[in-house]
Ligand binder design. Sequence first.
Ligand code: SF4
Length: 267
Amino acid sequence: MKIREVKCKTLLNNSAIADYCVNPYVGCQHGCRYCYAAGITFRFRRGKEEWGEFLDVKTNALEVLSREVEKKKAGKVYLSSLTDPYQPVEKKYELTRKILEMLVKKGFPVIVQTKSNLVARDLDVLKRNKLNEVGVTVVTLDEEVRRNFEPASSNAEERLEAIRLAKENGLRTYVFFGPILPFLSETDLEGFLTRFKKAGADYVYVDRLNLRPMVWSMVSKIVLKKYPELYDGWRKILFSESSYYDEVKKKVFEASKKIGLELVFCY
Ligand code: SF4
């Protein structure tokens, strides 16, 4: 893992997800093989490393943010759109924590979304504004599948425990169920969604796998290596007219109705 300290020019940027987004890092140590941020990051960052093998730390983030929060109108901030705010390096730099402290103090509500239980460390800051939200991404409860596609993240049970703690601290919580990995994510939908509800999720986002730049080249290597019997099925679903994701949508909808869980479909 190549870690560099860099300076940024801006931090609080306009976003389609919320009013603003903040990315304290460039790159992501979690190295998920289906990551849509990889293609976007490589468009503006030169280097020969693979996704998940480099990380730039924006060491002047606080200085830049302190200027921006004075100039910009308060609004909802999403952390993070192109990196995970709680990847392992955050333990050392605590950039996300310091950013949260500043945003909360200045009245900017935040939504944090992560694949790490490190978010539980910052619940003391997050609970200072009840408009703040905590979300975790969960694609599978199967540890082997998780390790194959998300090699450096916390396991799903640890993430759900962070949701339980966030709820206990009075915060609104959600699980992001996506991208749904064909034939691997949807094996027991009812059990899966029940687990989210028991953990304390107020609602669940559901998303499919989208073929953004680099996604197929990264994800197909894992499918070929670990699940070769699924490779043709994946190709069919992702590259031709297929009703697969519509059918999954229906099944998720039916299962959530039984359980009484609010859903937000992203596709
Ligand atoms: S945690 Fe998010 S940003 Fe990081 S590699 Fe995984 S999908 Fe990409």
